[in-house]
Ligand binder design. Structure first.
Ligand code: SAM
Length: 348
């Protein structure tokens, strides 16, 4: 479990803070002066480490300074933080490890890449740059789909477009044993990470990851053979899900340095209006989703989008040309912050 809320504990530790130990002062990059833990220091405790790096992060404008140092200390010590009265000195190896990870954070590397893992719902996922870091709002998307699936008794065929580290498909398969997923991504490294996660979670028999790309024309191409992917995809699908690149390009450049410097921008940049992948995705889904019958609902498409998109998509689907897709935007769901973030489209 990574997202430990250790703030209270740390506040208590800081209240018991000892005077700083012997330190050397050195001048670092940009002409700024930093206090470095000296290799000749008599002792260097967790509280010292916390105080030193917390102040540096604040001074340098690193976002979430408290969570950053807390997570790094917990990771380096491979155990939670000690109670305030049990602080003890870090070994030289621990000090060096901690310092190198903190320097990465100073260079704005996201915490998830620094420690190489992150939690998504009940999953502990391995993460490597630049594979997209799953976001908390996407946990809500999984929740919405699981609710829809709760009444189904047969096998549920799910297709995910753009699986990244595998977060959505793996969470669906882990939380509903009837789910069988095919997950594709155009990024080879993302597929490797997703397979690694799937195997570590013992879900490889129900989550099949394919290196494949959704084209502008709304087809899926196998990235190895460059041919249209025919085998490997179920013929009729109950659920298509995607958290595609959807940020409109003008907004991409206003994102935090953590994202711009380290994450794969092809996972984020949705083109001029943010719909460059979303529209082909809808066209493709319309060909594979189960049609509605008298006894059963039609297949459903769930997409995470920018809050400007639901209204645009509703109009687009009603257009004369697109009404032949036989899709209806039935619900718009809100994210944790009350923004219109997920569309639920049904095959009619
Ligand atoms: C926003 S990330 C979402 C990753 C993951 N589903 C999640 O929520 O954490 C979008 C993913 O879609 C992949 N992707 C982007 N365009 C694609 C395309 N045309 N075909 C297949 N995958 C694509 C990217 O490589 C990236 O992994």
């Amino acid at each position: 479990m990574i997202r430990l809320n250790l703030s209270v504990l740390f506040s208590a530790m800081v209240a018991h803070v000892k005077p700083l130990n012997c330190r050397s002062v050195s001048t670092c990059l940009n002409g700024k002066t930093y206090f470095h833990s000296s290799s000749t220091a008599m002792s260097y405790s967790r509280i010292d480490a916390y105080n030193e790096w917390y102040s540096k992060f604040v001074r340098e404008g690193v976002s979430e300074p408290r969570e950053s140092i807390e997570t790094i200390i917990s990771h380096v010590l491979a155990k939670g933080l000690p109670p305030p009265h049990h602080d003890h000195d870090l070994s030289k190896k621990e000090q060096e490890h901690l310092e190198s990870l903190c320097e990465c954070r100073m260079a704005r590397m996201p915490l998830q890449y620094i420690i190489g893992e992150w939690q998504f719902r009940r999953l502990n996922l391995k993460l490597y740059p630049p594979v997209f870091i799953p976001r908390p709002e996407t946990e809500t998307l999984v929740e919405i789909i699981l609710e829809r699936l709760s009444k189904k008794s047969d096998t549920i065929n799910v297709l995910e477009i753009g699986c990244g580290s595998g977060a959505i498909s793996l969470a669906l398969a882990q939380e509903n044993s009837k789910v069988v997923c095919t997950a594709i991504d155009q990024c080879k490294l993302a597929c490797q990470v997703a397979r690694k996660n799937s195997s570590a979670l013992k879900l490889s028999d129900r989550v099949n990851i394919l290196w494949a790309k959704l084209t502008e024309e709304g087809e899926i191409i196998d990235c190895c053979s460059k041919y249209k992917l025919v085998d490997g995809l179920p013929k009729k699908i109950d659920i298509v899900v995607s958290n595609p690149p959807y940020i409109p390009r003008p907004d991409v450049f206003n994102l935090q340095p953590e994202i711009l410097l380290y994450e794969d921008l092809r996972a984020i940049d949705g083109g001029k209006d943010g719909l460059e992948v979303v529209l082909p995705l809808i066209k493709f889904a319309s060909t594979l989703l189960k049609p509605c019958t008298t006894s059963d609902d039609g297949g459903k498409l769930f997409i995470e989008v920018d809050p400007i998109h639901p209204a645009l998509l509703r109009n687009w689907l009603c257009g004369e040309e697109n009404s032949k897709l036989q899709l209806l935007l039935k619900y718009v769901h809100l994210d944790l912050f009350g923004k219109e973030r997920f569309v639920e489209i049904v095959k009619v």
